[in-house]
Design a protein around this ligand. Sequence first.
Ligand SMILES: C[S@@+](CC[C@H](N)C(=O)[O-])C[C@H]1O[C@@H](n2cnc3c(N)ncnc32)[C@H](O)[C@@H]1O
Length: 316
Amino acid sequence: MKLYVYGTGCGAGELIDSVLPVERVTAFVDGLGRGGSFLGRPVISPETLAKCDYDLVIVTSGQTEEIAARCAALGIDPDKLLFLKNHLICTDRNRSYERAESLLGSDFVKRLRSSQRLIRRPDWLGEERLPPEALDNDYVRVKTLEALCRRLDSVPGAAAELGVFRGGFARCINALLPDRTLYLFDSFEGFDEREAEGSGRGFVEAHRDTAAERVLCALPHPDRAVIRQGFFPDSAAGLEERFALVSLDVDLEESSYQGLCWFLPRLSAGGYLLLHDWQNPKLPGVRAALDRWERERGKVSAVPVCDVNGTLIICG
Ligand SMILES: C[S@@+](CC[C@H](N)C(=O)[O-])C[C@H]1O[C@@H](n2cnc3c(N)ncnc32)[C@H](O)[C@@H]1O
């Protein structure tokens, strides 16, 4: 089998150290045409590769798009390219893994791919509890939640979400913290009309289409969930509880502010409150709510997350 590795940098070095014995490599390919050798194997240019007989070219460089375009221009068969650095562009460029699996075996390809995840997953994180489809939502948001939940072992308190809608994120919390009570606060009939005045009709209307029973059906551990239906903060009346993890996701200023006022004093030391949409340009009220809270009571200790809508993690 003629196996080529495109790249002579750290990616190629790591591939050889971790999964691919260098003896299996016919040659390395260097886009800058440096020539010479790498790890005892010849280094050739992409132009030379195009003239060779090759079964598979494993691309270890992060310049995925440039390399794809250059190979296309040289007439290199795209079906014989296997891109490894897909995690850098957050999308998998490979149309299929079938060829690689038939040449290298599925276990080998599995090992090859697992080292190239967007966020690598160390063994100490324990068994995977997230349903795979949860990652289609907002990968960084969900993986951040997973990492935070794994730090809560010695932190007392329940979990909660204020602003549940159809339970997409609640489902992840429930899957990751199966032993904790999960309070779900929502009107389950959309926003308070007065508060939502001035928001787009589509936005308001779309959030009406949910129901508490529908959310419960979507949870992996519905027995741990406690529905608090109604408008917050009235829906919290009489509840005596402390929290290890809170997701605050109500989009608008007054409800976000009320959420901060109620939950932050009840957040356990070592716990986290995830303020969703803190950096969302479409929902400036969320940031305004925290600004107001901080003006009145002082700065929170917090870490911004680069997920799609800019969550802020507030530390208890
Ligand atoms: C963006 S959605 C929540 C999305 C959900 N966290 C997720 O990630 O799947 C916002 C929700 O907040 C709810 N909401 C907003 N203000 C509220 C309030 N004061 N009391 C109860 N629910 C409220 C709305 O009904 C809506 O379902």
